[in-house]
Design a protein around this ligand. Structure first.
Ligand code: LR7
Ligand code: MN
Length: 589
């Protein structure tokens, strides 16, 4: 009997506490707001409270992390400490249906507490810096959204509230870009009233897209600094201080966090690579590439220091409010989505500011494989018009290079009136694009006067060097170096740049690569991420038409053996015809 009664008591006790925890889950969120503490399924008290005192000792939800490390249960501990959510087989159909709404696993997201705990991926030294944060400028947090899910939007908000020093938050501004979902109307209005931080909602009567929505949020902000976040982020402990630190010391610096990955399927919080910076490819798509040599060296000295980045991703950054407007805010003729991040990056660098990544600041973002919303007017009236404007205003000769290989942008280029932006550029006395490439991104792979650009044709077999089509990590095309039938001047897949330093590179920062030292026999040649190392250096001999590897002195050749039929090799130079290459320049301006 005692045994039986104990079991019943345990069951009842569990049910009671289960319900308490549910109060922080989105489905029941309206019943009780402004929770100070709750109990998890193991009956452990979790304090939600607000950030007080120094950033290390008062992590409000630390209780969770400490207790759950040893006995992690993937189902009942949904998402905690950044762990993945496991969906049971019985829920898979529902999961797939819900996935379509936001193009991420909404079922998983809805199961994670709005104040879930996250790992602290900062370097130890970071936790000892920024002690004087109270002297930093205060910021408005601006979050724009269109039809965002409740749980992701509010988890973004709670992560700001729980993991920022309250002294540094002026307000939170939510800009609703004409969402259609009911729960984002009155219910959201009511909910934000109960938050411990002043939170305002600004509504767009009509969908304008994120660029104009951010402008609206910026204009309404009272903070000295503007901090933008996407509506599906999670800030980790200590994220804000390093950003404001950068701005305190340089009002013309735009500060970005390291962006970690919230997995769109499992909602696991995944640490992202740190040795990358933001740049872009020939199609003006934002990309992460390996850091430049100078930045790499600086990081070796002190990995907590902010470092320069040629561009920013766009969604997550802090900027002095006055500087934001002085330097031209955003191009308000850009629509819906895309391009504004490159526009701002070029503008800031070319007109005297800088873009920096503060490695002590880490914020997670849900990366999706596809976009959940419509693009009113289609992709050419939005993304490609925006990119055409970026090119026309900021890229000088390289605008034509962009239009040459991007038909969609080319077709809308003549519709763009960019007069006012060009006036801004001359008013601010901005540098040109060549200055930007030379000084801010010397490792770039764009054509330039000082280097070869065109096709690399093999004389022996009359085939051309080709960019691999397989995509590696960070979306770079990588693989065995191949040759194929040569095509016309307007296909970019066989266009290569050869720099004075001997790097043979193409779009997306990939380089012709061979072993630095070789043994006997032929060796495979690959196209790999550019590293700046000697193994990617080549020399072109005008007379003999050989492409010689700088350190092993062998010649780029076409293999005739079975094993290498597909790819290129390096062999001893002996003047045979397959070792002769023609560098055929192609006009790009
Ligand atoms: O019409 C719209 N109106 C909106 O308010 C379309 C979107 N939005 C909102 C949306 O709800 C979200 O909060 O705008 C925000 C960004 O939209 P996403 O999440 O669809 O964009 P993204 O994360 O794919 O896009 C990146 O590039 C965009 C180009 O315009 C913006 O600059 C985004 O802010 C940017 N996101 C990031 O930089 C996050 C880190 C990604 C990386 C690397
Ligand atoms: Mn986003």
């Amino acid at each position: 009997v005692v045994f039986f009664v104990t079991i019943v008591i345990i069951i009842i006790w569990r049910i009671v506490h289960l319900n308490k925890e549910d109060e922080l889950n989105p489905k029941h969120i309206f019943r009780k707001n402004n929770q100070e503490e709750y109990y998890d399924r193991q009956g452990i008290k979790v304090v939600v409270g607000h950030y007080v005192g120094n950033s290390v000792n008062n992590i409000p939800i630390a209780t969770y992390d400490m207790i759950n490390t040893n006995k992690f249960n993937p189902i009942s501990s949904a998402g905690r400490n950044g762990y993945p959510v496991v969906i049971e087989p019985k829920d898979l159909v529902e999961m797939q249906q819900l996935f379509q709404i936001n193009k991420f696993n909404l079922l998983a997201s809805d199961r994670i507490p709005l104040n879930r705990s996250l790992p602290d991926y900062r370097r130890k030294k970071c936790t000892m810096l920024f002690k004087d944060y109270q002297s930093y400028p205060k910021t408005s947090i601006i979050i724009v959204f269109h039809n965002e899910a409740w749980s992701t939007l509010l988890r973004t908000v709670w992560s700001v509230i729980n993991r920022s020093p309250p002294e540094l938050i002026e307000e939170i501004i939510l800009v609703d870009d004409a969402s259609e979902r009911e729960f984002l109307k009155k219910p959201l209005e009511d909910y934000v009233q109960t938050l411990p931080v002043t939170t305002r909602i600004i509504r767009n009567a009509e969908r304008t897209g994120l660029i104009k929505a951010k402008l609206k949020g910026a204009a309404a902000a009272n903070g000295e600094v503007l901090t933008f976040l996407d509506a599906h982020c999670e800030c980790t402990i200590g994220w804000l201080e390093p950003l404001l630190y950068v701005i305190k010391h340089n009002r013309k610096a735009v500060a970005c966090p390291v962006i970690d990955i919230i997995n769109d399927d499992t909602f696991a919080y995944v640490k992202s690579f740190e040795l990358h910076w933001g740049a872009f490819n020939w199609n003006l798509q934002f990309r992460w590439y390996t850091l430049g040599a100078k930045e790499m060296k600086l990081r070796k000295q002190d990995a907590t220091q902010p470092f320069n980045s040629p561009t920013m991703a766009g969604g997550l950054f802090a900027m002095d409010k006055k500087y934001f407007f002085d330097i031209g805010a955003y191009d308000d003729n850009m629509n819906v989505w895309g391009g504004e991040n490159l526009e701002m990056s070029f503008r800031v660098w070319q007109c005297g500011g800088k873009i920096q990544i503060a490695p002590c600041s880490r914020v997670g973002h849900i990366f999706r494989k596809s976009s959940p919303y419509s693009f009113p007017g289609g992709i050419s009236k939005t993304l490609f018009s925006n990119l055409a404007r970026v090119a026309l205003v900021w890229m000088d000769d390289w605008a034509n290079f962009y239009f040459k290989y991007n038909e969609q942008a080319r077709s809308v280029k003549n519709e763009q009136n960019v007069t006012s932006r060009l006036e801004l550029k001359s008013k601010l006395k901005c540098q040109n694009f060549e200055w930007y490439l030379d000084n801010i991104w010397p490792q770039h792979f764009f054509p330039k006067e000082d280097r070869f650009f065109g096709r690399i044709r093999n004389e022996g077999v009359d085939l051309c060097l080709l960019k691999p089509d397989r995509k590696g990590l960070s979306n770079q095309p990588m693989g065995i170096a191949k040759i194929d039938r040569c095509l016309g001047d307007d296909t970019e897949i066989e266009m290569f740049v050869m720099t004075k330093d001997g790097f043979i590179m193409t779009d997306d920062s990939v380089c012709l690569d061979a072993p630095e030292k070789v043994g006997l026999g032929p060796m495979k040649v690959r196209i790999n991420a550019c590293s700046g190392f000697n193994r990617q250096k080549w020399e072109y001999q005008e007379k003999t038409m050989e492409l010689r590897h700088v350190t092993n002195h062998k010649c780029l050749d076409v293999s005739d053996s079975k094993e290498f039929t597909e790819g290129l090799i390096i062999t001893d130079c002996d003047g045979r015809k397959t070792q002769k290459w023609k560098l055929e320049s192609v006009p790009w301006k």
